[in-house]
Design a protein around this ligand. Sequence first.
Ligand SMILES: Cc1cc2nc3c(=O)[nH]c(=O)nc-3n(C[C@H](O)[C@H](O)[C@H](O)COP(=O)(O)O)c2cc1C
Length: 227
Amino acid sequence: MQPQDVLADPKDAFLSAMRFRRAIKAFDPDRRIAAADFDFLLEVARLSPSSNGLEPWNILVIESPQLREKLHSEALIPQAQLQASHLIAFTAKTAKVLARDSSHFRHMNVDVRGYPAADAEQRFAGFQSFLADKLGIGDNNRAIFDYAARQAYIAMANLCTAAAFIGVESCPLEGFVYAAAEKALAEAGVLELSTDRLAVMVALGYRSEDPHREQVRREMGEIVRFS
Ligand SMILES: Cc1cc2nc3c(=O)[nH]c(=O)nc-3n(C[C@H](O)[C@H](O)[C@H](O)COP(=O)(O)O)c2cc1C
């Protein structure tokens, strides 16, 4: 069975999820996402595509009230969003483990994807050449991290869309003090900064008040050019 066969009107169902999804500024602290729904959202993120199949992300589920409090007081995430049912952080691999040594590449290709270990270093050299010669970022550690973070954002976006599809609300978060948030996560022992840095966070739950404005977008004609 194909996905489109599950729903009577798949385009309508998908678009109504896209129209329902809004960046929620204030969450109801008393409404929890059901465990099965949260598991579904993590599975959607896990299945997301990534450049070279490297899945250069991890997901931290931030449950500790003390950690959430620090993210408010030090990283300046608004309390009204931090009180969401779930707060998750997508991390991305640093250049060190993505491009300077082959540890993540080997793990993905040999352990996860089952390619022969004997080919791993040659494949890794091909990946380094992709970064240097195709993307032009081979010697730029920040750009390599940003390449990894872009993949994490794909997983984040898929998760937010899937959430909307099942009536769970969300807000992507990057308007906070990254250095302070990374420090808080590192001190809590959930982030090793030499290998993983913070890409983006998401608050998930249910709204406590109506979003402050309509969903506004540019017209299609302004966005799309056919050539
Ligand atoms: C990557 C990303 C980061 C965002 N960061 C924040 C944020 O830190 N705080 C916030 O309130 N909204 C944040 N937003 C929400 C956007 O402001 C919002 O999606 C946009 O204004 C469109 O509104 P809508 O999503 O309700 O349609 C972010 C959205 C994205 C995609």
